[in-house]
Ligand binder design. Sequence first.
Ligand SMILES: Cc1ncc(COP(=O)(O)O)c(C=O)c1O
Length: 479
Amino acid sequence: MSTPETDAFRSALSVVEQSEPRIAAAIAGELENQRRQLKLIASENYASPAVLLAMGNWLSDKYAEGTPGHRFYAGCEVVDEVERIAAEHARELFGADHAYVQPHSGIDANLVAFWAILAKRVEAPRLDELGLKHVNDLSDADWETLRRDLGNQRLLGLSLDAGGHLTHGFRPNISGKMFDQRSYGVDAETGRLDYDAIRAQAQEFRPLILVAGYSAYPRNPNFRILREIADEVGATFMVDMAHFAGLVAGKVLTGDFDPVPHAHVVTSTTHKSLRGPRGGLVLCTEEYAEFVDKGCPMVLGGPMGHVMAAKAVAFAEARRPEFADYAQQIVANSQALADGLMKRDITVASGGTDNHIVLLDVFSSVGLTGRQSESVLLDGGVVTNRNSIPNDPNGAWYASGIRMGTPALTTLGMGPAEMDDVADIIAGLLKAAEPTLTKSGDQSKAKYTLDDAVAADARQRSADLLARFRLYPQVDLDG
Ligand SMILES: Cc1ncc(COP(=O)(O)O)c(C=O)c1O
């Protein structure tokens, strides 16, 4: 089969093969792998061939530190154009005052945002007080005081076991080392955010930054209320929409649930539900723009021109009406998946979902840890990841939950009927597996038994579904 995509990828691989054949084989092998597995990893997707191809070229070769029109290198006019197009699409897509498209990933986007907020709220007022323009003009003593103040600010974000993210002030991440951090959780009964409790905590703790956003919360936070809380305590309100940016772009999340009109600063990845290249993005109000634009050299080096080009392509795709249909379908599918699992007696955290995430409490449903369940599902051709659930009895390593998301299968064109089949495959596998007993007679948290025939049947059913909804149907590397 000859299509432009088939020809493009075959030619590209034949060129790579001449330099390192093992890498050409690995690239082809990854496509085969992804075509073999039902991808329910909530943070993954399948970018379009146009997005993928926009990254494989000489834009990668150009250094362009700075911002469009203000670079530290000569000859940047093409990268300027690329960055301007990407930023313009991002502003239009999300209705933001300002967009900064340089961050290489979600963690970078959050670092840019944190340091922009610190620069505006701590550094700039100090310089003003002293009548100075630049940190280099500070005396050693004033610089030392400022450095300590920068490192002594408070941040309030969602706890990890309630679905928060490591970059929101947790100790293993630099954000936890930078900030004095506290977290809010979810209500033990409902599994949902309790805004009165968050308000009380914010009033007591008085953070400089209130962070919202999640990587494993199956409901939609109310950003209007959270902004009110931030205003009451004088905090900057920052939302990390890395997971649900596609639902914002596709106008599934509007009004109180759209972070952009409510937050001072919004960060995102571009590769999850937004379906772009791996990368990050910061949106902000006009008052934060000059600080966000100093992401390079604050925490970033040279921007990746090839990835900004791919972001521009992805944002252009997300501005089309088809993307809104796609975003609606993501949520319809996750609700069908949650319903299908609940009707098969698998417990779904918070009793369902309003977004792209379905969080299973596998430990209370079938007595398996998250770690066991993740492997059991993979045996049946279903890729997921284990995740803590609120107040997890098995800790973060073994965990009691499985996090699933529907952006990828929705990209393949699957709908609610297929989600019911997927729920049946998942419930069948989970119910058939059992933890093995350790020598002391306890149930293992890692090992399990699963009948080979059950696993083989699930693999076949997964393969049948994937044959009907082929990944990259326009790409044929085998001919
Ligand atoms: C909410 C959130 N923020 C930030 C990140 C970090 O993104 P990246 O892996 O691109 O650094 C993630 C990724 O999982 C995320 O879920």
